[in-house]
Design a protein around this ligand. Sequence first.
Ligand SMILES: [Zn+2]
Length: 259
Amino acid sequence: MEIFIYMIIFIIGALFGSFCTLAVYRIPLGENIVYKHSFCPNCKAKLQFKDLIPIVSYIALRGKCSHCGEKIRIRYLLLEVLSGLTFVLCALSLRMNFLTVDIRTIIYFTLFILYFVSLFIIAGIDQEKMQIQKSVLIFGMVLSCIYMIYVCLENANVQSIYTYIIYLISIIVLLVVNIVIMKKKSYENYTIQILLLSMYMMIFSTSALFYITAIFALIGILIANLNKKQKPVPIGFYLCVSNIIVIIAYNFLCNWVIK
Ligand SMILES: [Zn+2]
């Protein structure tokens, strides 16, 4: 029974992964991510339902477009599998038992799943274009506010409320600075985008876990640059990947080891 439910979670995760690949491709182009029909980027043929099943379609088509035979990037498959695994690991790390699960755990799980999805999209776009899209950050801000309300309702202590207020003020200041710079230079400042991303991460992972995330990200950047192939470093990409790993590892530690 449990395994069956975890399989469903994996499939939902893979579906979200499929959505992420679409978002990574479309958001930088300013295209609609909800209404427009999916198409092959090479021959522009509309994809049919059988081409849209995550993982299964990729294997059935042997990684090629069914119309023009253009290779589909293996990255799409990887992202779908990784997304599915992340969802399952997140549920496992919270020790979700589906017979006794309570509403608090479900809300917490949902919020973090949405958080991870936003990090997937940020990482994907940053790795390709070296930028963090404002629309994804704004989604993040809305999600942050919901999360902060949830935390304050759960265990309202004055200190955490103060911390969140400071984060919120910092985010607003950064957003204003970003807008001012944009007007002056007519492009967006990558440093400010990274700072905004960091604030977003601090809200969801507390400052202590964020420091660990930053250290992991730095190690990742150092290793990736040992062979000096990568020219500009997509810092956001490394931060996102590290943050997802750190949060899930921390939840495993809290719910499995310490308990
Ligand atoms: Zn095609």
